[in-house]
Design a protein around this ligand. Structure first.
Ligand SMILES: [Zn+2]
Length: 144
């Protein structure tokens, strides 16, 4: 059994301190996630890889209470499905990134969040597929 990333080029792998892989426009400075070959603001093609901050502030969120349509969703369904948080985390000076959240309760606007890798599903071969998620720094319900 091995741990494998949900996709190549989304986050640094392997890594004890994972970072999301975005891109930054050399012409106007805008940051994108995921990476893009041309700038969505100025159309420049001078996009360079940019590793995003690991920490940000929770901007908005909700809870996914049922399995999303498949495809593209490939995670657990039926009784194996566990509701999860989904939100936007504001990475100061970079962008707001949409991501899975490790918690569904105890969240609030402005809460400090940190990126981590979390199990997503297990393949037929027994490999553990991991994806990225943001966890509240200090845990859910903390004052951080
Ligand atoms: Zn640009």
């Amino acid at each position: 059994m091995a741990r494998v990333p949900i996709a190549e080029g989304v986050f640094t792998w392997p890594s004890d301190e994972p970072r999301l892989i975005g891109s930054r426009c050399a012409a106007c400075g805008i940051v994108t996630f995921p990476t893009q070959d041309s700038c969505p603001r100025c159309a420049s093609t001078e996009m360079a890889e940019h590793l995003l901050s690991r920490r940000g502030r929770l901007w908005a969120w909700t809870t996914q209470e049922f399995p999303p349509p498949s495809p593209p969703y490939s995670g657990p369904t039926g009784t194996a499905f566990v509701p999860y948080g989904v939100g936007y985390v504001d990475l100061a000076g970079e962008l707001r990134v949409e991501a899975r959240l490790t918690e569904t309760k105890g969240l609030r606007t402005g809460k400090e969040m940190e990126l981590e890798l979390t199990p997503f599903r297990t393949t037929e071969d027994g490999d553990e597929v991991v994806t990225f998620a943001f966890r509240p720094v200090g845990g859910a319900g903390s004052a951080v």
